[in-house]
Write a protein that binds this ligand. Structure first.
Ligand SMILES: [Zn+2]
Length: 117
């Protein structure tokens, strides 16, 4: 996943009504709403699948924020790792190749050597 894709997901999250959201439902309908009562979406005559979809939608606001924060944390942690080739810190422009992490200075060389084998 690219930085641009992550940025676009974060922008969609920030543009949506702030969470957390909740879902409620019965055979007569489902409702996804904020804790202060703003309706996100609703549907009459809901099935069990409709309720599961509503629960997924309701949790997405919080789940996506947590996932984005975790990705950011993991990327930062990886940026402190050392390159498997030169042993320098990989920084923000690292690449995973053949189960090892390489800095941007080494990755092309490593791939050439690997592909020549
Ligand atoms: Zn390196």
């Amino acid at each position: 996943m690219t930085e641009q894709e992550l940025k676009e997901i974060r922008e969609r999250l920030e543009a949506a009504t702030p969470g957390p959201w909740e879902a409620s439902g019965s055979p007569y309908g489902i409702n996804v709403y904020t804790l202060d009562g703003i309706t996100i979406c609703e549907k009459d005559e809901a099935t069990r699948a409709d309720f599961m979809n509503a629960d997924f939608i309701a949790k997405s606001s919080t789940d996506i924020r947590r996932l984005l924060d975790e990705v950011e944390h993991l990327k930062h942690s990886i940026s402190c790792a050392t390159c498997a080739e030169c042993a320098d810190q990989v920084g923000d422009k690292w690449e995973l190749f053949n189960h090892s992490i390489y800095c941007s200075n080494c990755i092309n060389y490593v791939k050439e050597v690997y592909n020549d084998k």
